[in-house]
Design a binder for this molecule. Structure first.
Ligand code: ADP
Ligand code: MG
Length: 282
């Protein structure tokens, strides 16, 4: 069982979209995938078609009431893809866990029990983190083997990355020596624009090969899929969004992939519209 934490303390950068669709792309290869929502906003369950307003067991019961993880797992409509939803109760968890001994490793412990009870049942576990570096995110980092950071290539993309890598380093030293920052994926990026190229160059300067070759293009199907309770692979299998997440899955599994070449003329056009966008903001 490989455990992957999808983390960025910024909201709206593509964590949930990446968790669901990378998960669906890995499931499409026949791997058994478990998605776990650690965000009280509970977007992950909704995205993959789990009604989070119905009374059901959630990650909150696992973390706060010590319920076995297996009791909170729900199948989704997509083959090989299961999910542990969250709900708004989880927003109280940070407070409720304050005085609990071992609160940083509750999820790790729960996943170890799951693996002991049903060895090999899940090959990949993806943890969708909340937009903060609180106890829920620390739980994800304590449980994970690898961290994947979705990033938006905007001017402030790198802001916060120093803090994030610091926290990853701390957890590595104190709680989880096997943890590694394994990849940064640029989401909702139009690689033809000059600003995007500049930001990606900057990320590469700091993080080198950790920046994945695969970038996720802006794609309306990715934004529409959640309202149908489906991954983009199920909702629009031929879309750019599905293609990008399939490629990300291949790269994540260690296959060599190449980024599409940037068409020159479009790059100029992109740069121009970029200046217009900046002007419009001012
Ligand atoms: P986070 O979980 O980091 O808060 P989300 O994955 O929920 O971010 O993404 C924020 C919003 O952006 C969602 O409405 C989502 O559908 C949309 N979105 C994410 N990635 C893309 C993309 N590549 N193209 C278009 N819309 C996207
Ligand atoms: Mg989210």
């Amino acid at each position: 069982m490989e455990i992957v934490a999808v983390i960025n303390q910024k909201g709206g950068v593509g964590k949930t979209t990446t968790t669901v669709n990378l998960g669906a792309a890995l499931a499409e290869t026949g791997r058994e995938v478990l998605l776990i929502d650690l965000d009280p906003q509970a977007n992950l369950g909704t995205h993959i078609g789990v009604d989070v307003n119905e009374p059901r067991k959630t990650i909150y019961d696992v973390l706060v009431h010590d319920m076995p993880l297996s009791e909170a797992i729900t199948a989704t409509a997509e083959p090989h893809l299961s999910c542990v939803p969250s709900n708004i109760d989880l927003s109280a968890a940070e407070m409720e866990l304050v005085s609990m001994v071992g609160r940083e490793t509750l999820l790790k412990d729960a996943l170890e029990v799951l693996e002991r009870e049903s060895p090999g049942r899940y090959e990949v576990v993806l943890l969708d983190c909340p937009p903060s570096l609180g106890v829920l995110t620390i739980n994800a980092l304590s449980a994970a083997h690898r961290v994947l950071v979705p990033l938006q290539s905007e001017f402030f993309a790198l802001q916060g990355m120093a803090k994030l890598t610091e926290v990853i380093g701390l957890v590595q030293r104190r709680l989880n020596p096997r943890l590694s920052l394994a990849g940064i994926v640029a989401c909702r990026v139009d690689r033809r624009t000059k600003l995007t190229q500049e930001v990606l160059d900057e990320v590469r300067r700091y993080f080198g090969d950790l920046l994945m070759e695969t970038t996720i293009r802006p794609n309306v199907k990715l934004a529409e899929a959640p309202s149908y309770g489906q991954s983009v692979l199920a909702y629009a299998s031929d879309s750019n969004g599905a293609a990008d997440y399939r490629q990300l899955a291949r790269e994540w599994l260690g296959e060599r992939v190449s980024a599409d070449p940037v068409p020159e003329a479009d790059a100029e056009e992109g740069a121009a519209s970029n200046h217009q966008a900046k002007a419009a903001e001012q």
